[in-house]
Design a protein around this ligand. Structure first.
Ligand code: UD1
Length: 445
């Protein structure tokens, strides 16, 4: 990871000239959890369609540091498979430095507690998107029968006789909380009922795989999940895990297509995971069609026919929500879209505080955005986004806001420099190459 890399981008000045295809990768937010779940298995697991983003590499490093064997194999048909054998793990403490670089490392603590009865981990880091507490994990572990000690900024969770039956009602919906406690319960000595669970498709993806290998998880994808523990029996790696297409990556490219492309084919997506986003864009006037693909995976075509070139999309309001609502991870790309629509829109963030840091950069480019309060902005469009005075540069604040700012630069007029590209690399594999392939001028320096 090179923290000094930037993108240099030449904008289209509002023209819609990109043309071509992008293929959506596997969902990193599912694959990361599947990697953590490898600890629940007796022997080596095979994970398919795992994207090679830097968050995945960090999880690889953490698992390797614990003693697991993690290996990437590329087959002759260029299919890449990640294999993980956790049987060599002897350590129960997550490297604090690695753990702090990525909040998702906390999901490892569920499988570690389940298998080894102990896990030590740093108070987590991650994106710079406001306070990200872990009280739901800690309260859950205590209810499951573990002790929790916080010392020198390190948590140690421990149980001497395994985790037992319990009923946990989350006081707020949490993706990480749901999947971590679900994984912790898989090997327990009893039945765990989780209420007010997150219903994200990435959680379903991991749970279905675990079930195909001996776990007994019911109700995933609904607010109530019931896990019948295996009484300590490890899962057997009968089936490979296959990551579902990344709906956030797909959504990012759909918005990019609407703003910048004559025609963009986004292959390997699950439109059924993007209903809210697709409906909003269609109602705004974006031309979107779905073409057949393999099984549930489809191709989404976003086009701006030349006959429509003068058309301006209609403004709309956005409020982030847990799945199946509008994803917080697409809030910043959608706000960039709304700078190009006619009229006023309101964007309300309900999941994370501090997710509007990118707004300053948009304003410096000429967007008309008013911050009403830390959770709400008003956008008036359409505005031409302009390059900045000499020596002024843009910045990626988190993975998604990074993509959003790259997109704003592509829509804008002139030359832009976007710093902190390492944050974008956490979630988007080879972004610049994929953008170059559809006609963008973007260079990593
Ligand atoms: C995951 C995703 C992230 C996405 C988010 C919401 C991964 C690696 N990341 O993050 O991209 O934006 O879901 O869709 O999958 N909270 C607490 N206490 C806790 C845990 C969470 O108060 O113990 C709060 C958080 O601060 C946040 C809200 O609950 O305000 C939702 O967070 P959560 O769903 O847990 O997000 P992550 O799993 O971290």
């Amino acid at each position: 990871m090179n923290k000094k890399e930037s993108f240099v981008i030449e904008g289209l000045a509002g023209k819609k000239t990109f043309k071509g295809k992008v293929s959506v990768n596997g969902a990193k937010n599912s694959a990361l959890k599947a990697m953590a779940a490898s600890i629940l298995f007796d022997g080596q697991v095979m994970l398919e369609n795992v994207p090679n983003t830097s968050d995945i590499q960090t999880m690889d490093e953490i698992l390797t540091n614990l003693g697991a064997k993690v290996q990437w194999t590329t087959y002759p048909d260029s299919k890449k498979i990640l294999t993980i054998d956790s049987s060599g793990i002897k350590k129960t403490d997550i490297d604090p430095e690695l753990g702090r670089t990525m909040r998702a490392s906390v999901v490892l603590t569920g499988p570690m507690l389940a298998r080894f009865g102990k896990a030590t981990f740093p108070a987590p880091g991650g994106c710079v998107i406001g306070a990200r507490p872990i009280d739901l994990f800690i309260e859950g572990y205590k209810k499951m029968g573990a002790t929790v000690v916080l010392e020198n900024n390190l948590y140690t969770i421990q149980t001497s006789k395994g985790l037992g039956s319990t009923n946990i009602a989350f006081n707020r919906v949490s993706v990480g909380g749901t999947e971590t406690l679900m994984m912790a319960a898989v090997l327990s000595n009893g039945t765990t009922i989780l209420e007010n669970c997150a219903m994200e498709p990435e959680i379903v993806n991991v749970a279905e795989w675990l079930n195909s290998c001996g776990a007994k998880i019911n109700g995933v994808g609904t607010p109530v999940i019931t896990i019948e523990g295996t009484n300590g029996k490890l899962l057997s790696p009968k089936e490979s895990y296959v990551a579902i297409p990344d709906r956030i990556e797909a959504g990012s490219y759909i918005i990019l297509g609407a703003l910048c492309a004559e025609e963009l084919l986004i292959e390997n997506c699950r439109p059924d995971h993007l209903d809210t986003v697709l409906n909003m864009l269609r109602e705004s006037g974006v031309n979107i069609s779905i073409q057949e693909g393999k099984g549930l995976n489809k191709t989404i075509c976003v086009s701006n026919p030349a006959t429509n070139s003068a058309k301006t999309f209609k403004a709309f309001n956005v409020q982030t929500h847990e799945y199946p609502g509008f994803p917080t991870d697409l809030q910043s790309p959608m706000s960039v879209f709304l700078t190009q629509t006619s009229d006023e829109s309101k964007v309300t963030e309900t999941i994370f505080e501090g997710r509007f840091k990118y707004v300053d950069d948009l304003t410096r480019m000429g967007a008309n955005v008013t911050v009403m309060n830390p959770m709400e902005i008003l956008i008036k469009g359409p505005t031409l986004l302009n390059s900045l005075p000499d020596a002024e540069e843009l910045s990626a604040f988190d993975i998604r806001a990074g993509f959003a700012i790259v997109m704003a630069a592509l829509v804008g007029k002139g030359k832009f420099v976007v710093n902190n590209v390492h944050l974008i690399d956490r979630g988007y594999e080879n972004l610049e190459e994929r953008l170059q392939d559809i006609g963008a001028y973007i260079k990593r320096v």
